[in-house]
Every structure is written in C-alpha cells, then in structure tokens.
Design a protein around this ligand. Structure first.
Ligand code: M6R
Length: 357
C-alpha cells in the first residue's frame, strides 16, 4: 500500500535506506560473517568467467556488478543485454557461471538465455526480488534482494538492492579465494544507508532542480566517466520512461565523437562527478557543453565538490557511489514526471514485468 505517499515510486525511493539495512541483516550471521548458500560460494570459486544477463535497470546494476566482481574478486565478468545474447553470443570460457539479475524474476528475455544455457549445462545463479519466480525456480541458486514488493514500473529500490547484493557476493568470493581486502561491505553499506537517508530529506532542492531544468525541455543528456557513466545510463532510463523526455546517457569522452552536435542553447546536461580519477576530465566535458549553450547540472560527492555544483551527495566509498548518486537522479525524474503531468507509477506503453520476448 502507498500509505501517505502520492505514488509508489516516491515511497520506494524512500524505502532504500531500510532495504540496504535489511540486506546487511539478511546476509550476515551472528559472527558478523557473510551468510551465503555454500553452494553459491563454491560455484563462484569454481568458475573462470561470469556472464551477467539482464535487461533495463537490472542490466545497469549488472554493469556495476562487473566492477565489484572484477575489482574485488578478480574474476573476469561480461555483462549482456538479455535480448541480444543469442544474436551476439560470446565465445564461452571453459567454466562459465551465468548470473541472471531480475527484479521480477519473470523477464522473458532473460529466461530464454537461462533455458538455452541450462541446456548446455551451464550453472545459473539468479538475483531476484521474487524468490518463487520463474528465473529463481529454474536456476540452480538464488540470492534474494529483500527489497520488498516494487510496484512502480520504474525500478528504484531493486536497483540499489541489486548492487548491494552484488557487492556482498563479490566480497564473499574474494574472501573464499583468500584475497585480502581492505573493504568491509557491511560497514560500507551502513554508510550508504545513512547517506541515502540524508538525501531523501533533500527532496525540495531536487524538486526545484527538476522544475528549473526539465519542466519544458524536449531532451536531456546524462554524462559521466567510469562508474558514473553507468549511473548516467540508469538516470537517463529513469527520466525517459516516466517523463517521456528524450534522455540519453553518454560517456564523457564520447561526446566529442558525435553527441556534442546535439547540444543547443538550453539543452539540459546532467553530469556526475563522484570519482576522483575522472573529476577533472568530466568537469572539462561540462565546460565543453556549456560553451555550446548547454544548461549543465553537476552532481558531485562531498570532498570532490566545487562551488556551483547543483547537488552534492555525502561521501561514501568510491565503489559504493552509484548506490547513492542514483537517488538524486531518481528523485529528479520523479519530479520531472510530476511537473509534466505524467502517470508516474504506470507510464504509457510499459509493463512492470516484460513476459514476452
Ligand atoms: O524484472 P526485471 O528486473 O527483469 O526487469 C527488467 C526491466 O524490464 C526493468 O528493469 C525496466 O527497465 C524498468 N522499468 C526500469 O525502470
């Protein structure tokens, strides 16, 4: 139920700190160790490459999952859009492990890959918010997202839950492989939950940004580098699906290879700047688009922020920034859709779970 909230989407955005705390609780035992099905641990240890299969927002979470698993557990990861997988099927490694990420657990495109790969005998792990779902039943193993029912068509809390669970999985695998890490996922997720809470209290500021930048525009660009780029992809999907503004996410460095031609006077460009190693270059990209008339908005992180940034998120671990930086993007999309009189929870032409290929 929506309770006092006008829309499920807003309620689900606000629930994110609780979901993160729930995940910490569910994936930890009394000895403060990671609690995970030992068979999943074995499968992760045994594989030589991971293939993440997902669609939409879950695909965007997969892109971050690749960062977690490669950087922390040292296993190569490929991330594939489910509907494209069979056309562009990669050469598989000797011991592949397939990881299906799906909020609903019912996405037909992902299921079709699962069925084909199971036929070839490749093990399947599903990350889903619905444990009894098709993708969960048909996989060998399941990790539950514990996000609670997600009703709004636009996925919000499932995305951050997916990233949190992927971070835990990556660290568990690293530990199982004897890799020493200077990264305690539960502690970092605790910091994330507090940061999220602080942001859900800043709605007025984000509503104002949405009003100022997005009330009448036809299009909007999101730019970022490194993991900020992936968050930009998610921000653009959120905005386009509920506000119908044509929104695209681009890698900052790609702008000059074509996209910058689209920048006109007043075109909104939302730039993410939460990573130290790209802070300088992404700000350079902002100057380039501003010189062509763009109306830019920088979302940065405390410690890397500069005067004039539109919004600053609290400081969290580098790898964890997407879980926090996506919140202002979710809220900006929500308010943009609201200001434009769109049906926030049930956007046109879309279904919550896409059960046809
Ligand atoms: O249930 P799934 O995670 O498999 O759904 C995948 C996509 O259909 C879903 O994420 C979609 O892109 C959302 N509407 C995005 O907000």
């Amino acid at each position: 139920e929506k309770g006092t909230y006008p829309h499920f989407m807003l309620k689900e955005i606000d629930e994110q700190p609780f979901v993160i705390r729930k995940i910490i609780q569910e994936y930890q035992n009394e000895k403060d160790e990671i609690k995970l099905d030992p068979e999943i641990r074995e499968a992760m240890k045994a594989c030589d490459r991971i293939y993440i299969i997902a669609a939409g927002t879950s695909y965007h979470a997969g892109l971050l999952g690749k960062q977690f698993i490669e950087k922390l557990a040292n296993i190569p990861v490929e991330v594939h859009v489910a509907s494209e997988f069979s056309y562009n099927m990669p050469l598989l490694s000797e011991k592949p492990l397939f990881v299906y990420i799906s909020q609903s657990g019912e996405t037909a495109d992902s299921r079709s890959v699962l069925v084909q790969m199971k036929e070839l005998g490749h093990p399947a792990l599903t990350l889903t918010n619905v444990p009894g779902s098709t993708l969960s039943r048909e996989a060998d193993f399941t990790m539950h997202l514990h996000a609670g029912p997600e009703i709004a068509v636009a996925s919000t809390k499932a995305y951050t839950a997916q990233m949190a669970v992927l971070a835990i999985l990556a660290v568990d695998t690293a530990r199982a492989k004897g890799i020493k890490l200077d990264f305690d996922p539960m502690q970092e997720l605790g910091i994330v939950a507090s940061a999220m809470e602080a942001l859900t209290d800043q709605k007025e500021q984000l509503e104002e940004l949405a009003r100022n930048y997005l009330s009448t525009t036809r299009n909007c660009f999101f730019i970022g580098r490194g993991i900020d780029y992936y968050v930009g992809l998610e921000g653009s999907l959120k905005l386009k699906e509920i506000s119908y503004i044509q929104a695209e996410g681009f890698a900052g460095g790609e702008l000059k290879h074509g996209t910058i031609a689209l920048i006109e006077d007043g075109t909104p460009v939302i730039a993410l700047a939460t990573q130290e190693n790209v802070n300088y270059s992404i700000r350079g990209n902002v100057q380039e688009v501003e010189a062509r008339g763009a109306k830019s908005m920088i979302i940065s992180m405390k410690g890397l922020d500069k005067e004039g940034d539109a919004f600053v998120i609290p400081h969290v671990h580098d790898l964890m920034t997407p879980l926090v930086s996506v919140l202002p993007l979710q809220l900006i999309s929500y308010y943009a859709a609201l200001h434009r009189d769109c049906d926030v929870d049930k956007p046109r032409n879309l279904a919550k779970s896409v059960t046809v290929e």
